[in-house]
Design a protein around this ligand. Sequence first.
Ligand code: GLN
Length: 346
Amino acid sequence: MKKLIFERGMRLILSILLCVIFISGNLSAQNSQLTKENIEAAVNEAYNKYKDVKEGANADYIKELANVDPNIFGIALVTTDGQVYTMGDIESMVSIQSVSKVFTMAKVIEELGYEAVEDKIGVDATGEVFNSITAVERMRGKEINPLVNPGAIASTSLINGSDSAAKWASILQVHSDFAGRNLSLNMPVYISEAGDNLRNQAIAHLLLAYGRMYFDPVQATDIYTKQCAINVNAKDAGIMAATLANGGVNPITNKVVVSPETVMYTLPVMSTAGLYDDSGIWLYHTGVPAKSGVGGCLIAVVPGKFGIAVISPPLDKAGNSVKGQLAIEYIIDQLNVDPYLIQPSK
Ligand code: GLN
């Protein structure tokens, strides 16, 4: 009898022990991906693997962008606990372009609430190119999206501030807070685009006609053009992405830039519309919210873990940085951080 109880006891202890070993093995398999060594290796490999890629071309519909050095290639990965991993050119500054749409959208949510963005702009993806006029016309100004031009100009028009200067100061400040340092304007890019932005002006006026523009359309387009010309390097953009990954707190300065709820409503729009009409393909490959700009900047957010940015000006047909997509996709794959990669519980 005693022997039987002893044997059963031993068997129970053995199975508990096996369970513990199995669970901790599984956990460490998941966590081991984000060690310093693994991150460094992934970032370095991505850089070396793609540094000689020659595909794509600088945007040239904004004349000054055609003059940017196409060989700029920098990667910055910033973890939510403030570690910075970089590779390549992280000094060269490029205009942030459409990546700015994320931060202005977040500021509008912060000031007016997530319902305002949904009701006054719309959050569904248009599925069309970023400067589509037909998308506005088709929806009669409804369901435009803050991460493509029409919705972004509408977002700019919604920013608190009694005049154009106050709105611009607020937008520049929030970008600086996300980056953790004072950012400034790329004057040649701003002048170049401001002299040539009739299409965006047309979009703003069409929105006004549909009652979906909330400030003077000429001035709103001008502020929008300025926000697109804010200068960033890869490290700035990496920290901006990491601030989103960290629920709105800048992991370097520890400043609360926006609330976790604001981030919660910003990231899904990045997932569905961050890479314009190629957003679905991007999400299929990486599973993470991202945003690109025609200056060659691409940011991606791995919620709770890290933000990453690449600057490389040559773009594909959809307007997304070729090397940016390759490098970030590679790093996310190497680190096994696609949020849809689920380790079964048994
Ligand atoms: N300033 C650019 C424009 O309005 C931004 C476009 C982009 O980066 N996709 O055309």
